[in-house]
Ligand binder design. Sequence first.
Ligand SMILES: Nc1nc2c(ncn2[C@@H]2O[C@H](COP(=O)(O)OP(=O)(O)OP(=O)(O)O)[C@@H](O)[C@H]2O)c(=O)[nH]1
Ligand SMILES: O=C([O-])CC(=O)C(=O)O
Ligand SMILES: [Mn+2]
Length: 625
Amino acid sequence: MNALERLEKLLDKEQFEKIKAIDNPELHKFLVEWIEWLEPSKVFVCTDNEEDEFYVRWKALYYGEEKILETPNHTVHYDNYYDQARDKANTKLLVPGGKKIPFLNTKDRDEGLKEIRELMKGVMRGKELFVCFFVLGPKNSVFTIPAVQLTDSAYVAHSEFILYRKGYEEFKRLGRSARFFKFVHSAGELDERKTSKNLDKRRIYIDLVDETVYSVNTQYGGNTIGLKKLAFRLTIQRAVREGWLSEHMFLMGVNGPNGRKTYFTGAYPSMCGKTSTAMISWENIVGDDLTFIVPMNGIARGANVEKGVFGIIQGVNPEDDPIIWQVLHSPVEIIFSNVLVKDGKPYWNEMGVPIPGEGENHSGEWWRGKKDAEGNEIPPSHKNARFTVSLEHFPNVDLEALEAPCGVEVGGMIFGGRDKDTWPPVREAFDWKHGVITMGAALESETTAATLGKEGVRAFNPMAILDFMSVPLGEYIENYLEFEKKLRKAPKIFAVNYFLRDEDGNWLNHKLDKAVWLKWMELRVHGDVDAIDTPIGYIPKYGDLARLFREVLNKDYSREDYEKQFTIRVPELLAKIERIEKIYREQVKEAPEELFQVLEEERKRLLEAREKYGDYISPFQLEKA
Ligand SMILES: Nc1nc2c(ncn2[C@@H]2O[C@H](COP(=O)(O)OP(=O)(O)OP(=O)(O)O)[C@@H](O)[C@H]2O)c(=O)[nH]1
Ligand SMILES: O=C([O-])CC(=O)C(=O)O
Ligand SMILES: [Mn+2]
């Protein structure tokens, strides 16, 4: 019996017809093998029909994975108290022979496949399996990658309908020529709150050979939403093989003088400001998490991989995030996850309005002062609580850019992280190579609640992508350096730091100051303002920033603040070069030789400047020079 014949026996006629309409034997084989193995009691195949999407939304409520909130189209979903973030330890890349690759969590492919298959045998007994088709990137474009998702979580399927473009028709159109990704997910056994129970058997295994990802005994989006961080490992591998970039970056349009619009991408680690930057109300968001950048006719062109936002809700307040606030209070389709709910209304930490002292949250029934099993006080919502919503609902979205089959020209690329004491708030690289190495490859950031484990630890995180890296780092950086050679005009590279603090631990910048840095970078892309030459790149002149603070935020910007923020901190910068060089020499090992040269040049410039001006160099001193 061939795969299609076996499928005909397994599926209802209506569901079978939907599969039969796709002429792809590889797909049929994958489906039949997994459906037989998972043993669901029911299978539903989603086409691009709206009714199928409604069916999934309804099932999320029916099975209790989501609950209705007061505002129409709003629901809440909870993950297990210990399943609130990405599980790095149990996320493994399956590679033949289990080859050790520095900084990557690898496992022998045969062993991994065997283990995951055992964990998944019959795991969907008594459950409904959803077969869903989506695409990464805009449809029918150079960016498009089709993907099929099998999941027994209606919440996961529902999230994907919000976040990705539908792909059933694309699968039909492509037939046998589709080079598609495959995702198999099961939430596993659920407890009475409908959250994954067997967390000790939580596994996320990425098969790089077969471009397939398996995820079991977890529900948290970062571990389960196939097209998000699971697909990301696969697209990084493809990008490096094919010579383009697949990045942990937002994509946004910054509005310059006289109606000019310049597109920027920005790579900051999880929970470090991508969404809050791309959402600035007077600029235009295209994407907030994942961007493909492809060279076309010598121009770097970017596209959002997704069409929705799985964003952090903590700290969203009406003053700093008016647009997100407005969308979260309108009757558009939204899934709130791991927030506090009281009388059908969602609440979250630091929302800028009073929060009830009791309700239901990620820990179950909650009251202020409640402690968890470890004795920690449980806040109203989890730090990594999120909202899931389509971008089309945001008044500041650039829909044309979102759907453009050729993407948009990338004018600038920004790197940044949580750094309390080393980098200034914004600076521009001397050139592509300088930026890629001293800003991208040298990125460090403090760990956050987006992953399980300790927070606030400074960690090496090149290009904000280390958690998702799926090829040896040296190859990844080499691909970046090569990328410039395919371009007539390379994007300018910048670095930002929103998280500088003074000696007492107070932030040196307000959350909205980033809006000013963006305007400055926009002007620099077009050569409209001068800058100060420093050992680590170009920084803004005080006068330009003071004018922009006035224009953009209607604020005074003092010379004292400027001087504090933009002081060149030579000891910290030198120590950082030491750390980074050591990591690449001793741990990464196969890094391109250019990386060491560029770091060495930067060190030399810093040492010379220190001779002349001392350890802490005022930007005013450098401006005069
Ligand atoms: N102090 C300070 N905090 C900020 C600033 N910008 C953002 N944050 C905080 O950083 C946290 C996360 O920011 P997001 O923009 O949602 O993070 P993201 O980079 O989109 O993260 P992922 O979705 O996990 O990839 C929130 O708690 C914000 O309040 C800033 O300029 N200063
Ligand atoms: O993938 C997730 O869990 C959410 C996210 O954007 C990140 O952690 O970078
Ligand atoms: Mn992210």
